[in-house]
Design a protein around this ligand. Structure first.
Ligand code: PFF
Length: 472
């Protein structure tokens, strides 16, 4: 077993600070941008039911496991695996790669939100009928979205370069609760529009005829994405957590908050969408078209609310993207002995390039494809449909079969001082059920999905990482 040197670890300033930071990582574009459009594309209610099962059976168990591994080892993803066995370091490395790939498209969408906060003031809402076209024209234009993406990335660099407690924690504390309140306000507007009832029916009355293997894989992938799981992010955050915290109850809280925000975003968007006679399966533009349409109905106050909404979306995106960047940075600090600042600059330097390519792939570079998809989709599909789920499966196997049961119990009950009544259920679920369930979902999803060569490429990447695990 390799000796991993433990450096003095930075710690969270307070329990509320940790919770807000972990919830801040979880709540992001995944909840407000992605969850609604995936729900729309996958038929509504049935997708939500499957999603909730994935979240509370698989996601919650994996989050508990990630917190335990992180706090037990006091190390970020790769180091945590490595401290048990060198052979396993590839599972951590897969997480770092996922973080890196998600940061290849996430800042692009973060940039859109930033742009929309400003556009709200400069006349975006003046012509509600043209919101759909305006969004399409904006994201496909060659220069404008790039500028916003780069500003968004720069904000990440500033926050992560300052270190854990300083930057991330402060932002999350104030702004997450504000976002929550604003969503509730939008819901009131949305459900009071005439014709909004059809949206609620769409959300809460499952139509099972639309469900197949790829729906289930989409729901599972979204659960991992939304909860920031399967890539070591919550291992890293757990490693900064102090020994007195109750891990299972923190995991339950974060999972519930994240899910609540996603469902609220759905209730905010679909009633209005149906009231305006728009198409639920419209895809990634959903939130950027529907929410401004709601505000456009409100006159002058609408402008103010629109600015506020997109500004908060930017913050939600930021508290998530900093955690993604942190996974990559923590790897470079812990495993490659880099200092924080150079680690931040080096990794974000490469992200500038991947993000530019992603953004251009929606417009001028749309003819350029890798394994059948554009650069944006390449990063998105590869992480969300394969890396995160397999990352979660590997973590479950690792926790169930490599770490000693007594050690897990000790960690999850703080040495026997707090109760975790569901320990046995959690342990068996994580050890036996989850790995098998993920394998089944992944296989049936891959056979149902259109981008098969991309999926096979993803699996090959994982195999290659496993073969070279000693070097990671
Ligand atoms: N959970 C974030 C969201 O829903 O937007 C995205 C994310 C952050 C995924 C951190 C993975 C991660 F490690």
């Amino acid at each position: 077993m390799q000796q991993v040197e433990k450096k003095q670890r930075e710690n969270w300033g307070s329990r509320f600070g940790f919770l807000m930071a972990a919830a801040g990582s979880a709540v992001g574009l995944g909840n407000i941008w992605r969850f609604p459009y995936l729900t729309g594309m996958n038929g509504g209610g049935a997708f939500i039911v499957i999603y909730l099962i994935c979240v509370f059976v698989v996601g919650l168990s994996i989050m508990t496991a990630e917190f335990a591994v992180g706090r037990r080892t006091g190390l970020a993803a790769v180091g945590a695996y490595k401290s048990y066995s060198n052979r396993w370091s590839f599972a951590g490395a897969l997480g770092v790669l996922s973080g890196f790939f998600i940061m290849g498209f996430y800042p692009v969408v973060g940039g859109w939100a930033l742009a929309y906060a400003f556009k709200s003031v400069t006349g975006l809402l003046a012509n509600p009928g043209a919101l759909g076209d305006a969004f399409g024209a904006f994201i496909t234009s060659p220069v404008e979205p790039l500028v916003w993406t780069l500003i968004f990335l720069a904000l990440n660099v500033v926050i992560v370069a300052k270190g854990v407690a300083g930057g991330i924690e402060k932002a999350g504390k104030v702004l997450m609760p504000t976002l929550f309140v604003l969503l509730i306000f939008i819901i009131f507007r949305s459900v009071s529009l005439p014709g909004s009832g059809a949206g609620l029916t769409f959300l809460f009355k499952p139509d099972w005829s639309q469900v197949n293997g790829s729906t289930v894989l989409a729901a599972l992938g979204q659960a991992f994405f939304s909860l920031s799981l399967g890539m070591g992010c919550m291992i890293t955050y757990g490693s900064y957590l102090n020994k007195k915290e109750n891990l299972p109850s923190n995991a339950l809280l974060v999972t519930s908050m994240d899910t609540a925000v996603a469902i609220l975003a759905g209730i905010a968007i679909f009633p209005a969408l149906f009231a305006f006679g728009m198409e639920p399966a419209a895809g990634p533009g959903l939130v950027f078209v529907v929410v401004p349409s709601i505000f456009a109905e409100m006159g002058g106050a609408g402008v103010l609310f629109s600015v506020l909404f997109f500004a908060l979306l930017v913050v939600a995106a930021l508290t998530s993207s900093v955690s993604l960047l942190e996974v990559v940075v923590a790897y470079l600090i812990d495993q490659k002995n880099m200092e924080r600042k150079p680690a931040v600059y080096a990794s974000s330097g490469i992200m500038v390039v991947t993000c530019i390519l992603s953004s251009l792939s929606l417009g001028v570079m749309s003819g350029f494809t890798i394994l059948g998809v554009g650069v944006f989709d390449f990063f998105d599909i590869l992480t969300d449909k394969i890396f995160l789920a397999i990352g979660g499966m590997l973590l479950a196997i690792f926790v169930g079969w490599v770490i000693k049961k007594e050690d897990l119990k000790d960690e999850l009950t703080n040495g026997g001082t707090v109760k975790f009544a569901l320990f046995e259920a959690w342990y068996n679920l994580t050890k036996y059920v989850i790995p098998v369930a993920i394998a089944i979902v992944a296989i049936s999803g891959i056979t149902a999905i259109a981008q098969k060569s991309l999926m096979i490429f993803g699996l090959l990447v994982i195999v290659v990482l496993a073969l070279f695990s000693k070097k990671l």
